[in-house]
Design a protein around this ligand. Structure first.
Ligand code: SF4
Ligand code: SF4
Ligand code: SF4
Length: 322
């Protein structure tokens, strides 16, 4: 009997939600587990990185990698899995675009250290210690991974074959992706394994979306009781559906939350944030220049809003360092 295809499921800088999404496959996970041999899954199974590193190159059919790259350890694991796997799937918004942790690129590493180790109200650190990559204790050297100045998406560190966005990705698309690898029925390298359409195209609130949207005042979602028949934008609530790829099942919209963009840009668009900004600019409705400026300035945390999941792969770059 031929060996089952070997698969690694691995997290880098991840919250664990993407692994949880794999666990949530429930009964379907048993079928997957029956069809493949899982050789690494740190969150669920006690295999070691060294044992995967000892396998022949390209001996894994697939490495499913979630999480962003911020530490040297993330980079080393990503490179090792790239070497061992025929296919790498960037799984989840963090791996695909940098995810919410990528917003850390809006501050410097020094500012993060200052807050986390010195200034946060819950910190007691009289000696002002910060993590050291190398520490000598009793003749022994203890090492920690290097924290980079920048948060990276996976494809900024290794070659990626396929992408499955979402925070986390939905179970139907995860199953489709694994089945596609097992059957070899795959789209061209570099494809995103999700529908090629915008979220607005399937949104139940789009039915009554007017031809021309006009926004005279922005509201946060908790400030207004919305009508579930109407587009959030018509109510002045920022919803990134027009600039975001569909496929999530409109899961936020269906619980009365606007889209924050975890599926990344619509197909054919590199930078969803600028696409959304230009659409938004055409909706602003104000009497004169100064009030227009005031309205535009009232968008809360503009960069964090339009690049919530995609900062590292956006055209924004990072905060200028001192
Ligand atoms: S994509 Fe979302 S669920 Fe997955 S690791 Fe990142 S933050 Fe967690
Ligand atoms: S902007 Fe949001 S609420 Fe409006 S149609 Fe698009 S996804 Fe739906
Ligand atoms: S509605 Fe938007 S933020 Fe919510 S799951 Fe779908 S793509 Fe992600």
């Amino acid at each position: 009997m031929p060996d089952k295809p070997k698969i690694a499921i691995c997290w880098l800088g991840a919250c664990g939600g993407c692994d949880e999404a794999v666990v949530d496959l429930n009964a379907a996970l048993l079928d997957v587990a029956d069809a493949v041999s899982i050789v690494l899954w740190p969150v669920a199974l006690d295999y070691k990185y060294d044992s995967v590193a000892a396998l022949p190159d390209k001996s894994l059919a697939l490495a499913i990698i979630s999480g962003h790259v911020r530490f040297s350890e993330h980079r080393e694991i990503a490179h090792m899995l790239r070497k061992k796997a025929k296919l790498v799937l960037a799984y989840g918004a963090c791996a695909c675009f940098g995810g919410t942790p990528g917003l850390a690129n809006m501050v410097s590493k020094k500012a993060i250290y200052d807050w986390v180790f010195h200034k946060a109200p819950t910190v007691v650190n009289p000696k002002g210690n910060i993590p050291q990559e190398k520490t000598e204790i009793d003749g022994e050297t203890i090492t920690l991974p290097e924290m980079y100045e920048h948060v990276y998406a996976l494809n900024q560190v290794i070659d990626v074959d396929y992408y499955l966005p979402g925070c986390p990705p939905p179970d139907n698309l995860t199953l489709n992706a694994v089945n596609a690898v097992l059957t070899g029925d795959l789209p061209p390298k570099g494809s995103t394994l999700a529908p090629r359409r915008a979220l607005c195209d399937t949104c139940p609130r789009a039915k009554k979306k007017p031809e021309r949207l006009e926004i005279g005042e922005f509201k946060r979602v908790h400030e207004k009781e919305t009508d579930s028949d109407y587009c959030f934008l018509e109510e002045g609530i920022l919803c990134l559906g027009a600039a975001t790829r569909g496929g999530c099942g409109e899961s936020c919209i269906r619980i009365n939350m606007p889209c924050r963009g975890c599926f990344g840009p619509v197909p054919g668009v590199d930078d969803g944030g600028t696409r959304f900004l230009s659409a938004l600019a055409s909706m602003l409705n104000s009497a004169d220049g100064p009030s227009l400026q005031k309205l535009a300035a009232s968008v809360p945390d503009p960069a964090g809003t339009i690049y919530r999941f995609t900062q590292p792969s956006s055209i924004l770059g990072r905060k200028k360092l001192d």
